[in-house]
Every structure is written in structure tokens, then in C-alpha cells.
Design a protein around this ligand. Structure first.
Ligand code: FAD
Length: 382
């Protein structure tokens, strides 16, 4: 193991590995330490949907710019990440949701996004299997360039490309401490040895809070327990991801034909219980069949648990903390950290390697929670 690096990244999920790639490409001497294996955190559990339809400017900008990167990423990384653009259809159920959708779409369009509010009778033109009456939809928003990629392939493609540019990635290597001197980073201590560095990136997903506590920084992150399922493979039925903020459901059909989707279980929110529950299966099956009755006889093949790292405003925590020089946050993704990772890590690599400090890093800095006015992301599922 290297005993010295310019930057040590803690966490080998999509954000740790894509940041390693962006830094290594800039000839930064970078090391990633991952306590388990790559994609063993939220990345390997995720739905991997990619949408640009958000209520806040920051999430919308990050996702629009990320989609531009995703469109060329297979070529750039030299591996097929299975990116496809079938769009996202977000159901609107009542007047309140319609008013919010109108605000969102106006803001998204101002940033150049092609997105529409659909009349209720246009919904089945996009997703023929939806029971529009059964779900009480009064309309929907639709963005055709939203999509999906394979989270494992994307995570590993970034890691392999990072290694080609000289990054070192150590799996089964746990960060157990961070040493500082006069409020500056000095080293990362791992269970395999010490790595001297003056820059540490905390990309440890739900464990980011624990990593920050090593240097007495408190991150306002709560873990939300989530379950998600996949059915048997079916013939192609629809291309878009379907979401409802009211019912909390999201589902799409994958390239191989299975339906993948999730829904929050009303009685469960936080805690580290990883065993999937029967309550989820029942609630998901009932709601999915209400949305698409044609799926009534389809078998659910497996389901699993993962965790969101949720911040008070459902926006990520990015950039250097004021209290400790060289301690950079890349966490708090609140359930949408896969889709924005390409742009998030590009911005962070430009900050670390080139000293660039765009306004978005100020807007999403940890210090925003001290301010009086918090801007909440409203377009979140459950
Ligand atoms: C059910 C579910 C569905 C989701 N659906 C979507 C979706 O459709 N679209 C989307 O964009 N996002 C989705 N997400 C969210 C997305 O998965 C995450 O935001 C994203 O994967 C976060 O990536 P990350 O690299 O920041 O964290 P992670 O993938 O969690 O990686 C963090 C890594 O840090 C490692 N680590 C922790 N502590 C240490 C330590 N001490 N030392 C070394 N390593 C350590 C962990 O082992 C882990 O591998 C979903 C999440 C879940 C759970």
C-alpha cells in the first residue's frame, strides 16, 4: 500500500471512484480506500435512474450536466455502462402537485431542459400499461432525455479507468482514523496502514457521518432504510421510469425485461436493519398492480435493502469544510447520488486540482445549514 498520496478518497462507491477517475486524469496522485468491495454501499443497491426533473436549481443543474456526461461515458471510459434514455414520467395527482410541477418545469426549461406537462390523455402514449384512472392521475410531467444506467458497470468502469490513469484503489481497507495538525489534514489511518496526505475526501455514503466525527465535524445526515425489488423478465412493455411523489412508488423496465422498482414502507424510516421485509413485498405488489394491472401475475424474483444518506434539505453536502483545511465532503446524496455523480465529481476534481470554486460549491457547502433560509428539494420519493 502507498504510504503517501496527494488525495485519499474514503469510499469506493460511484462518487469515490468517479472522483478518483477525474483526479487521476488530471495527474493527481490519488488513493481510494474501500472497506468492503466496490459498489458494496448504496451504489450496488440503487435503482440507478437518472432524472433531471428537480425542484431546486442545484439538483437540476447537476443532473442536466451529468446527463451530458452520461451520454458519452461508455465511450470515454471504454466500457458499456448500459446508459439508455427512455424518459421519466412523473404522475400528477392533484392541484397542489400541478402547481409545484408548473414551477419546476418553468425553472427546468429556463436551464434548457426539454420537459413537458402532459395532459392526462397523453400518459398512455408514453406508458401504455399505466391505469391512469386507477391511480387518479390528472396529468404528468415528462422528460425524454432522463434515463438509466447500470450502477455496477458504471462504478467499475470509472474504477478501471481511474486505475489506467494511475489511481490506486484498495478494497477491504477500512479508514479507522484521520490525523490532523493545526486544523490541517495530515494522514488517513487504515486497518492496513497509514497514508500521509493533506487532502481527504469523505465519500463514505451513510458512513460519512462517522468519518466526519473522526475530526469532530458533525454532518446532519440521517440514514433512511429503503427496499427495492426486481421481477422476472417480460417482453418490452414500456421505456420510461414512472414515479409518483404522492404514492412514493418508482418503477421501470430494464433492458433485460425485468421491472425494477421501490416504495417506502409507511412504518419504517431509519435504522440499519438490512433484512428485506414481507411488508415491503405486499405494499409494493399492491401499489404496482394498482398502477399497472397487467402486471398482476408477474413474479417478484428478489428484493433487497439499501440506505439513503439524507440531509435536512435533500441536497448533497459538497466541498471543503471551513474548520479543517483539506477535508472535503462528497456525501448526503439523499437518494439521488448516482445520477449526479459525473458532474459532482468533475466539479470537486476541479476544486481540488485547479482551485476552481463555482457558486454551487458555496450553495451546497456544509455551512448552509447554519443559515436562516434552507432551500428544500421537494421532488423526492419517500
Ligand atoms: C434502494 C435505493 C434506490 C436508489 N435509487 C437511485 C436512483 O434511482 N438514482 C440515483 O441517482 N440514486 C439512487 N439511489 C441513491 C444512490 O444509490 C446513492 O446516492 C449513491 O449510490 C451514493 O454513492 P456514494 O458513492 O456516495 O456512496 P456509496 O455507494 O454508499 O459508497 C460509499 C462507500 O464507502 C464505503 N465506506 C464506508 N465507510 C468506510 C470506511 N470507514 N473506510 C473505507 N470505506 C468506507 C462503503 O463500504 C461504501 O462502499 C438509491 C439508493 C437506494 C438505497
Amino acid at each position: 500500500m502507498k504510504s503517501k498520496a496527494d488525495v485519499v478518497i474514503i469510499g469506493g462507491g460511484i462518487n469515490g471512484c468517479s472522483l478518483a477517475y477525474n483526479l487521476a486524469k488530471k495527474k493527481v496522485n490519488v488513493v481510494v480506500v474501500e472497506k468492503n468491495y466496490l459498489s458494496s454501499g448504496a451504489t450496488g443497491a440503487c435503482g440507478a435512474g437518472i432524472r433531471q426533473q428537480w425542484s431546486t436549481l442545484e439538483n437540476t443543474k447537476l443532473s442536466i450536466e451529468s446527463v451530458k456526461i452520461f451520454e458519452k461515458l461508455s465511450k470515454e471510459l471504454g466500457q458499456d455502462i448500459e446508459f439508455r434514455q427512455g424518459g421519466y414520467l412523473i404522475a400528477i395527482h392533484d392541484k397542489k402537485e400541478l402547481i409545484q410541477a408548473e414551477k419546476n418545469v418553468a425553472m427546468q426549461r429556463s436551464l434548457g431542459l426539454k420537459v413537458d406537462i402532459l395532459d392526462v390523455n397523453k400518459i398512455n402514449g408514453i406508458v401504455p400499461i399505466l391505469d391512469v384512472k386507477g391511480i387518479n392521475a390528472i396529468g404528468a410531467t415528462f422528460c425524454p432525455t432522463d434515463g438509466h444506467a447500470n450502477p455496477f458497470k458504471t462504478n467499475f468502469a470509472y474504477a478501471y479507468a481511474a486505475r489506467r490513469f494511475g489511481a490506486e484503489i484498495y478494497t477491504h481497507t477500512k479508514a479507522i482514523g484521520i490525523k490532523t495538525n493545526q486544523k490541517k489534514i495530515k494522514s488517513v489511518e487504515t486497518d492496513k496502514g497509514s497514508i500521509k496526505t493533506d487532502c481527504v475526501v469523505n465519500a463514505a455514503g451513510i458512513d460519512s457521518k462517522e468519518i466526519a466525527s473522526m475530526v469532530k465535524i458533525n454532518l446532519p445526515i440521517i440514514e433512511y432504510r429503503k427496499e427495492i425489488m426486481a421481477t422476472e423478465c417480460l417482453k418490452p412493455l414500456f421505456e420510461a421510469m414512472v414515479i409518483s411523489f404522492k404514492d412514493g412508488i418508482y418503477f421501470s423496465q430494464q433492458r433485460e425485461g425485468q421491472i425494477v422498482g421501490g416504495i417506502p414502507i409507511p412504518e419504517e424510516r431509519s435504522g440499519f436493519k438490512t433484512i428485506p421485509t414481507f411488508a415491503f413485498m405486499q405494499h409494493m405488489a399492491k401499489t404496482l398492480v394498482r398502477y399497472a394491472p397487467i402486471l398482476k401475475h408477474v413474479n417478484m424474483l428478489r428484493h433487497w435493502t439499501g440506505f439513503y444518506d439524507v440531509t435536512p434539505d435533500s441536497r448533497p453536502i459538497l466541498g471543503e469544510v471551513k474548520k479543517i483545511k483539506g477535508f472535503i465532503q462528497c456525501n448526503g446524496f439523499s437518494g439521488h447520488g448516482f445520477m449526479i455523480s459525473p458532474m459532482v465529481t468533475k466539479i470537486l476534481s476541479e476544486y481540488i486540482a485547479d482551485g476552481k470554486f463555482p457558486a454551487i460549491l458555496k450553495d451546497l457547502n456544509l455551512d448552509r445549514f447554519k443559515g436562516e433560509k434552507i432551500v428544500y428539494e421537494k421532488s423526492v420519493v419517500g
